[in-house]
Design a binder for this molecule. Structure first.
Ligand code: PEP
Length: 251
């Protein structure tokens, strides 16, 4: 039985005062969540604040991006080891916004995944198709390609203890969610693709769904056989809504 996991992706939101309130509410409400792992991935400048407010709590934290390099002349970049210095457990890799807006290729995403693993972080690898790709029947091929790029560079063993998030691009921040059946279909295909290389790794991997998850739709999505929780953007900025989503993962 895989542990359920719900991760909040704050994106470029927050300020020190609001973060404090949100984190305090999360920690206060955490006992209501039950047997679910919970984490928040926050902008780099808030890692120290999050570390100090969450260190003594069961809520984990992480970042939303990292450099593929370990160190050097890469102005503006942040290495995996630096994230480790701030107690990060997780780092999101290959979010569709980074792929679409910052030109991150499958190859670069794979290099970031490797860098995260090398530093002992848990990469949350995001994969997913655009609306045009879905409508032209290309979902399986696109997702398999994104996955294979990382499997080929990192090796399947690196997926043990990693997390994959299926996030259809057309569902992110749009209020449009994949149906539970659509989501399960892609999650199952992801697990099979990994199982083709290593059945044990595939069976233990946490696969998350992301894309307009709300308290109202989370239960049905998380009940699918290959969906082990969620990566939650907008709804993770409202403590009660996020806690309700985490509770939905506990059923
Ligand atoms: C995300 O940011 O990864 C995401 C899924 O956002 P939202 O939940 O707002 O669609």
């Amino acid at each position: 039985m895989r542990q359920k996991l719900v991760v909040g992706n704050w994106k470029m939101h927050g300020n020190a005062a609001d973060n404090r309130q949100l984190l305090q509410s999360l920690v206060a409400g955490y006992p209501s969540v039950g047997d679910v792992s919970v984490a928040v991935c926050v902008p780099f400048p808030y890692l120290a604040q999050v570390q100090s407010l969450l260190a003594a709590t069961p809520v984990a934290w992480g970042a939303q991006n990292l450099s593929e390099h370990a160190q050097g002349a890469y102005t503006g970049e942040v290495s995996a080891a630096m994230l480790g210095d701030f107690g990060c457990r997780y780092v999101i890799v290959g979010h569709s916004e980074r792929r679409a807006l910052y030109g991150e290729t499958d190859r670069l995403v794979a290099a970031k995944f490797v860098a995260a693993k090398a530093a002992g972080l848990v990469p949350i690898l995001c994969v997913g198709e655009t609306l045009a790709q879905r409508e032209s029947g290309d979902t399986a091929r696109v997702v398999a390609g994104q996955l294979d790029a990382v499997l080929d560079l990192a090796g399947v063993a690196a997926f043990a203890g990693a997390v994959v998030a299926y996030e259809p691009v057309w569902a992110i921040g749009t209020g449009r969610t994949a149906s539970p059946v659509q989501a399960q279909e892609v999650h199952a295909a992801i697990r099979v693709r990994i199982a083709d290389r290593d059945a044990w790794v595939a069976a233990g991997m946490q696969l998350l769904y992301g894309g307009s998850v709300k308290a109202q739709n989370a239960g049905e999505i998380f009940a699918q056989a290959d969906i082990d929780g969620g990566l939650v953007g907008g709804a993770s900025l409202v403590a009660d809504e996020f806690l309700a989503i985490c509770q939905a993962a506990n059923r």
